[in-house]
Ligand binder design. Structure first.
Ligand code: AMP
Length: 190
């Protein structure tokens, strides 16, 4: 199995690039953000998730990990998975490792899209024009998402570096060039 974590701050291009990479390598793309947004909005779970996401905060680990595991279970015959927006904490990264090891599987690599903060703010503001996402539209929520990334998610990089699985990719430039860099990085490692 090829299991790729696509890692990076909000606005780095994880979703866009994952969509292309999943087709190229025949993988399933799982975005926990998309899963949360796709929940029945009248359900208690959706309301709970929204109470965090609308402020740009992380949904608690316990909920997110169980959502992720049930999403993976929907694809028992997958050739592999692209994990987009998960793990976002070291606890989630550890949970993913133990979940996969029970299935005699493991993360192949963590591909990190590296983009600096000023560029992220510009991209998220532009994305708000057609994403319809309230968390993209408000500069204070954008800033909180970046701060949350720096405080809680950035340490996940060290987790994968320690395992020799972290591969940084320059996330600046046009989408095609970034895609080609990612493909090259995957082909080297997978
Ligand atoms: P995203 O679409 O990846 O930007 O995620 C949107 C929002 O969903 C985030 O700001 C969080 O509130 C929530 N979310 C998505 N993935 C996770 C995760 N792995 N852990 C906690 N919260 C998450």
């Amino acid at each position: 199995m090829i299991n790729i974590v696509i890692f990076g701050p909000p606005g780095a291009g994880k979703g866009t690039q994952s969509e292309r990479l999943k087709d190229k390598f025949g993988l399933v793309h799982i975005s926990t953000g998309d899963v949360f947004r796709g929940l029945d909005p009248t359900s208690e779970l959706a309301k709970l998730a929204k109470s965090y996401s609308e402020k740009g905060n992380l949904v608690p680990d316990e909920i997110t990990i169980s959502i992720l595991e049930s999403e993976v279970a929907k694809h028992p015959n997958a050739r592999g998975v692209i994990y987009d927006g998960f793990p976002r904490t070291t606890t989630q990264a550890e949970a993913l490792d133990s979940f996969l090891s029970k299935k005699n599987s493991a993360i192949t690599m963590a591909l990190a899209l590296e983009v600096e903060e000023d560029e992220l703010r510009v991209r998220l503001k532009n994305r708000a024009l057609d994403s319809g996402r309230p968390d993209d539209a408000d500069p204070s929520i954008i800033q909180n998402r970046i701060d949350v990334y720096n405080a809680q998610t950035a340490p996940v990089a060290a987790f994968y570096k320690a395992q020799g699985k972290y591969v940084g990719v320059n996330g600046i430039g046009n989408k095609e060039d970034i895609y080609n860099r990612l493909v090259e990085a995957i082909e080297k490692k997978a």
